[in-house]
Design a protein. Sequence first.
Length: 318
Amino acid sequence: MTISLGVVMDSIQNITIQKDSTFAMLLEAQRRGWVIWYMEQGDLFLESDRTHSRMQQLQVTDNPSHWHDLSSERTAPLDELDVVLMRIDPPFDMEYIYTTYLLEQAEQRGALIINRPQSLRDANEKLFTARFPRCCAPTVVARSHSRLLEFLEEHQDIILKPLGTMGGASIFRVRQGDPNTNVILETLTQHGTRFTMAQRFVPEISAGDKRILMIDGEPVPYALARIPKPGETRGNLAAGGTGRGQPLSENDLRIAHEVGPTLRERGILFAGLDVIGDYLTEINVTSPTCIRELDQQFNLNISATLMDCIEGKLHPHT
């Protein structure tokens, strides 16, 4: 029986296929003969208690000059598809949350949604690390300037970041005595009205911010260490970092094995752990990347492992 796969993603016209993990997943699904239906966030709608979508059949080609063709447009209930990949990038805002409610309606009617909509809402990519304190550097989340300043005074060198962005956006390194400290806090907390995360600075960032990919709670055996460009403290590829693959260390495995069972329990089939030095800094569940870089450097097919897992969820007794 042919599997029908829907993908809710940002515009496919604007992706960079050499770096796009969603594209890697779609290539593998197509290799398996799955029928792929493409959707953007604005295509979804709720009618009565059933989520529908405008969708177009999608074919993909690993060709940077022409990588997709769309055809066979239809509007149909989302639960008529076997599986739906939710691959919208942050910001994680109210529109994102509303989208998870619509996807949850399809899930209740039998569609497999990757990742589970409730878990997308519950597992904030920054705050979710608090469930694993043995893996994390000292951290504070607060609106209060005074509390954040106390944390800075204690640790002298910290990272400040918002809770709902991606790709290194609005991340600041602040040292004790920095004359810009107050304006940074005012900007991030919007004058005390938005929660902001502070983490003790981990100097091992110079060796890379490691992305460990997790499939149904199990780690891919290699991480992509994203090395900051000169003068940067952010390793994110979107901020100009360079990706260098490496086998998982014993500490990487320890963190992965501690986090993995919780991911599996919550239906987070595909996630990315960010590790700097010995510390877990984020758990990416919305649209983790780095598949294509690791596949290329180590001759892997990470998407095949993911699709095998999805097939197992769809047909658990075969």
